[in-house]
Design a protein around this ligand. Structure first.
Ligand SMILES: Cc1cc2nc3c(=O)[nH]c(=O)nc-3n(C[C@H](O)[C@H](O)[C@H](O)COP(=O)(O)OP(=O)(O)OC[C@H]3O[C@@H](n4cnc5c(N)ncnc54)[C@H](O)[C@@H]3O)c2cc1C
Length: 342
């Protein structure tokens, strides 16, 4: 039986632990701060695709992962008994001008090929039940986008891991193969060791409203995600800040976002705000997730750089890492390998 130590109990560490435990490995997860203490303990949870054009390895990988998400989360929920909040209800986007309408119609065609009939991207002039005003009178509907409740997803994985005897503990020595999934902490460490920026944190702030739109598709408008959750809350995110004073505090950037969100979706203006939340997203210089052999910790493995789409990438990324750790089967896309950027 292969022994695995995973350092970091965010979405990457927990998903990989789950994929390995499912395949019979003896796994321990080590995190001094507990489950979902970093970027993964959040509130937004948009599992949204890249636009269906200019296809590349990252977009293809994310597409496969979004398709794999349903069975991945169903299995986690069935085994562990806790809800991740996953549902694939799609997404609505208003189309702002004639040029965007032309582009959206073109993407209707490219999606047929690139999304292989597994999901649809289309343009409608029939106003969706819950949607922002569209100046062109048209909206994009896609059926690939899903939602998840980030902190619930981490707890659902924790519950499923428990049934396999996997412990999540604050400290332990390395046992067997070691994988580092410690988010921004490791990106700063690697940068320091290499003497150049390998990755960093980009701060994000988001708000959770008491507004029940649980049966509606999520909305993406003017760079904001509006994500209705299964528990009757609704998340809006997020800011994107390269420069920040503190990692976890909320400030005026979020208040500006909330005001903008209320202009786009007026029913938010009268809804109570339940939570204001902030964290650092782990972003590599290449903006691509980094998986494979660790660039500075000899003999160890790495999964990092989820940046804005870590939850969307997790199911497929976990499978590839389990293949590598348990079977030495290396199917990692070239652009995801750390060595590409050294
Ligand atoms: C505001 C905001 C909104 C977002 N919205 C979305 C979204 O809608 N959709 C989406 O897909 N993604 C979203 N993301 C991005 C997503 O949250 C991240 O990509 C993802 O959480 C990264 O997961 P991770 O496991 O790599 O890192 P983290 O969740 O940061 O986990 C790293 C863990 O490592 C632990 N750790 C640190 N040092 C050590 C050590 N020495 N030993 C052991 N453990 C250690 C930490 O305690 C932490 O628990 C958002 C992020 C933010 C901040």
């Amino acid at each position: 039986m292969t022994e695995i130590t995973i350092r970091g109990a965010g979405i990457f560490g927990l998903s990989i632990a789950w994929a390995c435990a499912e395949r019979g490995a003896r796994v321990q997860v080590v995190d001094p701060n507990g489950v979902g203490a970093g970027a993964s303990g959040g509130i937004v949870g948009a599992l949204a695709p890249h636009v269906p054009e200019n296809w590349n390895a990252k977009k293809a990988f994310q597409f496969e992962s979004l398709i794999a998400a349903k069975s991945f989360w169903q299995r986690v929920e069935n085994i562990g008994g806790a809800s991740s909040g996953y549902a694939r209800l799609g997404r609505v986007q208003p189309i702002m001008d004639a040029a965007s309408l032309e582009l959206a119609l073109m993407r209707t065609e490219t999606a047929k090929d690139l999304w292989r009939g597994l999901a649809e991207w289309r343009v409608t002039k029939y106003e969706p039940e819950w949607a922002p005003v569209s100046p062109t009178g048209h909206w994009i509907i896609d059926t690939l986008t899903a939602r998840i409740n980030p902190i619930c997803a981490c707890r659902a994985l924790e519950a499923a891991l428990l049934t396999k005897g996997v412990k999540i503990i604050p400290e332990s020595e390395d046992k067997g193969k070691v994988l580092w999934a410690t988010g921004t902490h490791d990106l700063f460490h690697i940068s320091e060791k290499l003497g150049k920026t390998f990755g960093r944190g980009v701060k994000g702030q988001a708000a959770l409203f008491d507004l029940d739109r649980r049966h509606q598709p999520q909305v993406f408008a003017d760079t904001l995600h509006f994500v209705p959750h299964a528990d009757g809350t609704l998340a809006v995110g997020s800011t994107s800040e390269r420069d920040y004073k503190t990692e976890r505090s909320v400030d005026d950037h979020l208040e500006i976002l909330i005001a903008k969100a209320s202009r786009i979706m007026p029913d938010l203006a009268s809804a109570q705000i339940i939570t204001r939340w902030a964290a650092l997203r782990p972003r590599t210089q290449s903006r691509t997730p980094i998986i494979g052999y660790h660039p500075v910790r000899t003999g160890a493995f790495i999964a990092n750089g989820g940046f804005k789409i870590g939850f969307g990438m997790a199911p497929r990324l976990a499978m590839l890492l389990a293949n590598l750790l348990l079977e030495e089967r290396d199917e990692i896309p070239e652009t995801f390998r750390p060595e590409t950027y050294l």
